[in-house]
Design a protein around this ligand. Structure first.
Ligand SMILES: *[C@@H]1O[C@H](CO)[C@@H](O)[C@H](O)[C@H]1NC(C)=O
Ligand SMILES: *[C@@H]1O[C@H](CO)[C@@H](O)[C@H](O)[C@H]1NC(C)=O
Ligand SMILES: *[C@@H]1O[C@H](CO)[C@@H](O)[C@H](O)[C@H]1NC(C)=O
Length: 317
């Protein structure tokens, strides 16, 4: 009798524990990105958008697929934690408009912004941690607009029409920026020192551009924390060993979908070595792996080679 009770009680505890673990993992998976897609009610001040709160603090505001050529008026005199304008026909952020919002995260996606005023983010110097401007029509990096954002750790300028990066494009973000997303632009060249001094940058995504070479000195100033460099879908012909071996913290290097023809180019003079977890070189033009193919690697835990026309693996005689 006592034993039976013990087992039943034990099962109950087990089931409760399992349910708690499931709940905990769901709760943990709720990131920023998911928060913004949760269904909040229409805002009291403007029912075309949704707001997570309804007082003078609007919380998380999301306006999607409704026409807003300028930011909604309610934003100007409220506190806002996150604001996402998605496909609203927005062309402009009026200077000083956001100054008293205390905004932490701003995302303007699928809109028509061609430039950003220098004072667009005035007042957000100590509050804005994340700025996402994907799928707009920016042709230049709006450096002056974000230069004074002391807390900015995540900058996403993907899917624009940016062609150039200058040596001072990211000045001011040296001590804060951790993630820089420049994918799907039209960048053909990186001026040397483009990323100079970005001391705590961890992820740099340059996928989907028109880069045909990486200057050997591009990372010379050292980016001691850069662990992820994404260069997929460019037009690189050689593995830029000289540039990337300077990145001592690099663990993931993605060079897939380029036109690299050999693991060791005829122009490699690298002195350092790579220590990688993941090396992506799939969908290039590599035909053979020669004995010295991995000469610039100390460690590479996983190499992805699929989609190459490899026909020969040569070994030393
Ligand atoms: C926004 O609010 C500030 C003060 O709260 C005011 O000075 C400014 O004119 C407002 N701007 C717009 C565009 O409404
Ligand atoms: C490397 O060698 C290939 C073929 O041998 C040649 O076409 C190419 O121009 C060479 N590249 C450099 C940078 O020397
Ligand atoms: C590679 O795998 C080993 C063993 O699992 C691990 O200790 C190491 O941290 C991994 N990465 C690198 C870059 O060495």
């Amino acid at each position: 009798m006592g034993l039976e009770w013990f087992f039943r009680f034990g099962y109950a505890i087990l089931i409760v524990t399992i349910m708690f673990m499931i709940w905990a993992s769901i709760a943990r998976a709720t990131t920023n990105r998911e928060i913004e897609h949760m269904n909040y009610p229409p805002c009291t001040l403007n029912p075309l958008c949704t707001c997570s709160k309804s007082s003078t603090d609007l919380g998380i505001v999301h306006c999607k697929n409704v026409p807003f050529p300028a930011l909604p008026k309610m934003v100007n005199h409220s506190k806002v934690f996150m604001l996402h304008m998605e496909n609203t026909g927005l062309r402009d952020i009026e200077p000083y408009f956001l100054q008293s919002t205390g905004l932490y995260r701003l995302k303007i996606s699928h809109n028509f912004m061609t430039e950003v005023w220098d004072d667009a983010f005035a007042g957000l110097e100590r509050s804005l941690w994340e700025l996402h401007l994907p799928h707009n029509e920016l042709i230049d990096i709006p450096s002056k607009s974000f230069r004074h954002l002391e807390k900015l750790r995540h900058l996403d300028l993907s899917w624009n029409r940016i062609t150039q990066i200058h040596h001072d494009s990211f000045r001011g973000l040296e001590d804060s920026l951790q993630t820089l997303i420049l994918k799907e632009n039209r960048i053909t060249m990186l001026e040397s020192h483009s990323f100079a001094g970005l001391l705590i940058l961890e992820t740099l995504d340059l996928s989907g551009n028109n880069l045909w070479e990486l200057d050997a000195s591009i990372f010379r100033d050292g980016m001691p924390r850069l662990s992820k460099l994404l260069l997929t879908d460019n037009i690189l012909q050689e593995i830029p060993y000289e540039a990337v071996t300077q990145l001592k913290a690099l663990r993931t290097l993605d060079l897939s979908h380029n036109i690299i023809y050999d693991m060791v180019g005829n122009d490699s003079r690298s002195s350092g070595k790579l220590n990688l977890d993941n090396f992506h070189i799939e969908y290039n033009h590599i035909k053979q792996l020669r004995p010295n193919a991995f000469q610039y690697f100390d460690v590479v835990n996983r190499t992805f080679l699929d989609g190459n026309p490899i026909h020969t693996l040569k070994h030393k005689r």
